[in-house]
Design a protein around this ligand. Structure first.
Ligand code: FES
Length: 277
């Protein structure tokens, strides 16, 4: 967890909840540092921490748990992503309430008060920010803010290697949408990557499998989840043990662990004159 100051003397905390890159060259960490400095200048003892809604982690539940363990009694969560994510904003209040009710002493609820602020985007003066960029882009502005003529860059739509279709027998799509991350997808994704890497058969040859991250796949309540294609087999409520069984059973032995399967899509029915049939 990134937090300012590093050793929190305070009982209050602010958690900036955003994506790894908040704005061009302005990371969430830098924002947290600046916010902490402002509070310090006013003589206010506040810990400022960051939590991420993308795979860069750490996820919000872990950060809140760390703060509570450090003795924080009041945490203010500020969604700090631009553009704001409306579906995230609709989901977050309930998810935080769930965390507060099920975490803490004997999973009976946290003693720490958790409040949720409106998203920062509603407070941003974007037209003024855009105007500032436009002004600074012209000759006379700071050197690193000047706009560059695109003709100074080699024309290209991609690197040569990007035309080759990888020869994968299977693709494993792991959801790293905000809700699955909230339910612990980040360490599970890394667990899967490590488990797959450990098997040569999954890196070359007919069993070669690709692991890819996706945004929300929709059955969020069953997250963290993944789907193995082209077999169309879904696994939900993932755990490290379940992932190990998927790798050993499904990917290495073509035997999906039946007890762990959440859902199987029926194969698409094709019309006789379907050119794909
Ligand atoms: S966020 Fe993973 S299924 Fe919705």
């Amino acid at each position: 967890m990134t937090q300012f100051p590093a050793n929190p003397p305070s009982r209050r905390a602010i958690v900036l909840y955003g994506r790894a890159s908040f704005d061009h060259g302005q990371t969430l960490k830098a924002l947290a540092s600046a916010l902490a400095a402002r509070h310090a200048a006013r003589g206010e003892a506040v810990t400022v921490a960051t939590a991420h809604a993308d795979l860069s982690g750490p996820a919000l539940p872990g950060v809140l748990a760390d703060l509570e363990r450090d003795g924080v009694t009041e945490a203010l969560v500020i969604p700090a992503m631009v553009p704001a994510d409306p579906s995230l904003s609709a989901w977050l209040p309930g998810a935080l309430s769930h965390w507060a009710a099920t975490t803490g002493t004997a999973m009976a609820g946290t003693a720490m008060a958790v409040r949720l602020a409106p998203p920062v985007e509603s407070a941003l003066d974007l037209p003024a920010a855009l105007d500032r960029i436009a002004l600074n882009s012209n000759a006379g502005g700071p050197a690193d803010a000047l706009a560059k003529d695109v003709r100074g860059t080699e024309p290209s739509l991609g690197k040569p290697g990007w035309s080759a279709i990888p020869e994968h027998g299977r693709q494993v799509f792991v959801c790293v949408g905000a809700r699955c991350l909230h339910r612990g997808a980040e360490p599970l994704y890394h667990h899967l990557r490590a488990a797959m890497k450990g098997h040569r058969a999954l890196n070359a040859g007919p069993r070669r499998a690709m692991c890819a991250r996706t945004s929300c796949l929709y059955p969020c309540n069953r997250g963290p989840l993944l789907v193995v294609q082209p077999d169309a087999v879904w696994y939900g409520d993932l755990t490290p043990g379940k992932i190990d069984r998927i790798v050993a059973g499904h990917l290495l032995s073509d035997t999906p662990p039946a007890a762990d399967i959440l859902h199987r899509n029926r194969p698409a029915e094709r019309a006789e004159d379907d050119p794909m049939g």
